[in-house]
Ligand binder design. Structure first.
Ligand code: FMN
Length: 195
């Protein structure tokens, strides 16, 4: 990477927790962005809070007739080299606000294409960091079958051609609230933030 490339790196930071300042995923995304910024002070950061400023649900196909939410969310995403996303687990899945954002970035002919060979991803080359937070534990066999947040987003980003996906995982936050700080510190320490 040249000095010029580094100077023009763009990061998109997305939060989706409904818990405001008490949010664990907001803590992790903030920490991740701070660390990435420390490694590259010229990083251009765009922030989107889909809980505070919700994106409307789709009412028509974004590939056929994009509205302002679709255009802006998609252009921000396409411009980003790194995307840091807060992924709180609500009712086994991602927040509905984050789902509304996903609906704006999975757009035929922009981030994926159908062809005779099947689907090809058009958004490769980005780096994704998912800050996944959940109250329980989902590492066991039963847990894995009930986990629709991290697994869903892995499928979404693989579908559009992104292979560089890092997960900062803080789980058991409600089972063991006394260990919250330690759990969050460990999740951040598990990350690799070199640019
Ligand atoms: C509406 C709601 C639903 C939740 N559903 C689950 C769940 O299905 N599984 C789980 O492990 N934790 C669940 N939790 C706990 C959250 O995952 C936990 O509080 C986590 O910290 C959320 O991330 P946040 O603090 O960034 O919002 C739920 C919390 C809320 C508020």
């Amino acid at each position: 990477m040249t000095a010029n490339d580094e100077a023009s790196m763009k990061l998109l930071h997305i939060d989706s927790s409904i818990l405001g300042d008490a949010s664990a995923s907001r803590h992790l995304t903030k920490g991740a962005v701070e660390r990435l910024r420390a490694g590259n002070p010229a990083l251009e950061v765009t922030y989107r809070d889909v809980a505070a400023a919700p994106i409307a649900h789709l009412t028509r196909p974004a590939d056929v007739d994009p509205d302002e939410d679709s255009t802006r969310a998609l252009e921000e995403f396409l411009a980003a080299d790194i995307v840091v996303i807060g992924v709180p687990m609500y009712n086994f899945a991602i927040s509905s606000q984050l789902k509304a954002w996903v609906d704006r970035i999975l757009v035929a002919r922009r981030t994926f294409a159908y062809g005779p060979e099947g689907v090809s991803g058009l958004a490769g080359g980005k780096r994704i960091i998912l800050a996944v937070t959940r109250g329980g534990f989902y590492g066991g066999e039963t847990g894995r079958a009930e986990e629709y947040a991290e697994s869903y987003l892995r499928a979404v980003f693989a579908f559009i051609g992104i292979t560089d996906i890092q997960v900062l995982l803080a789980e058991g936050l409600l089972f063991n609230p006394a260990a919250r700080d330690e759990t969050l510190t460990r999740a951040l320490a598990s990350g690799s933030f070199a640019s």
